[in-house]
Write a protein of this length. Sequence first.
Length: 309
Amino acid sequence: MNRDNVIQSDRLTRYFGKRVVVQDLNFSVPRGSIVGLLGLNGAGKSTAIRMMMGFLTPTRGRCEILGRNSQDLRPEDRVRIGYAVEGHFLYPWMKVQDCEAFGRDTFPRWSREQFYATIDRFGIAPSQKVNWLSRGQRAGVSLASTISSDPELLVLDDPALGLDPVSRRALNETLLDFNDSGARTVLISSHMLDDIERICDRIAIMVAGRILVDCKLDDFRSRIAAWSIESSSDPGTYGRIPGLIHSHRRSHSWVVTVANPNDATLSALEQLGAVSCEPVDITFEEAVIAYLARSRRSDTFLSGARAAS
């Protein structure tokens, strides 16, 4: 394993019966980074994370986490990892301050100050009972309990699901503060693309169990381009456009999104014989959605020029 990576998988694959859910996953999370794992429901993100964490045995392949095979993690390894999943499980009969006391008695490097600073950011009083908390407040207590154990690696599976904008901002600020020293690493699975763009320095996009994108976020932005094409039919269905990700109808034209555009791309666009073909700006969210909308295609962002590491 590359010592610069806290997670590194090699051909990680999982079948359920005859159905492949994760296929040949080669994926790494560099130390000190915040990596966003993106994909539609059913893309295989949670299954991949469970294998990385050692909670699910792969059909084939392997993964190392903090330098150790994820299937052989010891208690002293797991205490270095913070893991929180959608749903934010907490004991409903506890008060928030009881959650802090429980964590303090469980984890050797527990930070009481970190716990109370985090719940304060979410606007939570220590005396509140867990079963009275809103969804956003439960997320705040769950996050506080996870990061107060002082983990080197924080793995969050869809933590922002159902949160209001204020709670999402508190979540993002907490993650940025957690990662600020450069010694801690975050892997976050989320559907909130604007949050991912705000806090992550790397992204990976999963479609149908495969990683189609794995690179720095700025590199992803720089390598995606789009054109507005005035044509009577979908330009994505005729004439091979190198690097084509997706094409969709917008008003009276078609928007074609391409990865790694080059001279061959421009030549192919000119040969379409369209009434007009003009470059248009594309946002990060639009580029990601273009990938997520193309699940029937098998070529990947990684098959062009290699992403910057």
